[in-house]
Design a protein around this ligand. Structure first.
Ligand SMILES: [Zn+2]
Length: 293
């Protein structure tokens, strides 16, 4: 599947139940803990804004949705961080993202979150197109499949987790709202790729991760994939997919994220079980968040 797909380098021209507090000492500890947490978050989030990109515009209303609904994670897919940064800030390239995270964990803020950055391209997720208008884009420095795909350093992922925590909190997002570029453009994009630690990030509350495949499902794989958010060829979102994108590409996109050790586009029993399990998580998460299934 991999060979048939285009490289994923940056290049998307625009087109509590709280515990009861029983006494004042507990209250003081609670306040102290909150203050400490805030301090730690602030310290972890040192954002370098010395490289602002001119490549952005006003966010648009998408099917009645205004504001940030998703975070889209990418890898840069270029030879070096410097090359990627130069491209993300080059007016002629017409590409950008809100943030860039270097392999040493440094976070650069390139576009203000109120603005529409140009990272997603032609895209669809959970009923909405134009993901640029409804998302925050984060580019993670990695050469990608074209220039020597390699593991993401721990320090880089910890910076990402800190940034995600801040974004998710400020925009009141849920775990399922954190997605990858390959999710919203199957067949066309592979980033952030099968080495990206989705399972680890899910333990921090970012992205869905099933405890294991379900042995059976009453719902077919295509309605389930649609429930999760994927565009379905000849179904919801299908008109946004590139013409050459087939069902196997959507299954491969799912596998790249949820079964990264075998990305073959074949809906075998394990893949079908995982699709059912993730769809169930998505349904129950929405149910908890909104009261709707
Ligand atoms: Zn991308």
């Amino acid at each position: 599947m991999q060979n048939a797909q285009a490289p994923s380098r940056i290049g998307e021209r625009d087109c509590s139940a709280d515990s009861p507090v029983r006494d004042s000492a507990s209250m003081l500890r609670l306040h102290a803990n909150k203050a400490l947490t805030g301090l730690l978050v602030h310290r972890a989030l040192q954002i370098d804004r010395s490289h602002m990109s001119p490549n952005s515009g006003a966010r648009r209303s998408v099917d009645g949705w205004i504001g940030v609904r998703n975070v889209v994670v990418h890898y840069t897919g270029m030879e070096s961080a410097a090359t990627a940064l130069a491209r993300l800030c080059d007016p002629a390239a017409e590409v950008s993202a809100h943030y860039l995270i270097e392999e040493d964990g440094r976070i650069l803020g390139l576009v203000d979150e109120t603005m529409r950055a140009w990272h997603a391209g032609r895209s669809y997720w959970r009923g909405l197109t134009d993901l640029n208008s409804v998302s925050i884009g984060i580019e993670i420095v990695n050469p990608g499949h074209e220039y020597g795909y390699r593991a993401f350093p721990d320090v880089q992922i910890e910076s990402l987790a800190a940034l995600l925590g801040d974004i998710v909190d400020r925009h009141a997002l849920t775990p399922e709202d954190v997605i990858g570029h390959s999710d919203i453009a199957p067949g066309r994009k592979q980033d952030p790729g099968e080495l990206f630690p989705w399972q680890y990030l899910a333990t921090k509350g970012f992205g869905l991760w099933p405890s294991g495949p379900r042995s059976s499902s009453d719902v077919g794989i295509w309605p389930s994939l649609s429930t999760i958010g994927y565009a379905i060829p000849a179904g919801p979102g299908g008109d946004v997919l590139d013409p050459h994108t087939g069902p196997e590409d959507v299954i491969a996109a799912f596998q790249r994220r949820y079964r990264p050790d075998r990305v073959d586009g074949i809906a075998d029993a394990e893949t079908r079980g995982l699709i059912a399990a993730v769809a169930e998580l998505a349904r129950s998460g929405r149910s908890l968040a909104t009261g709707w299934a």
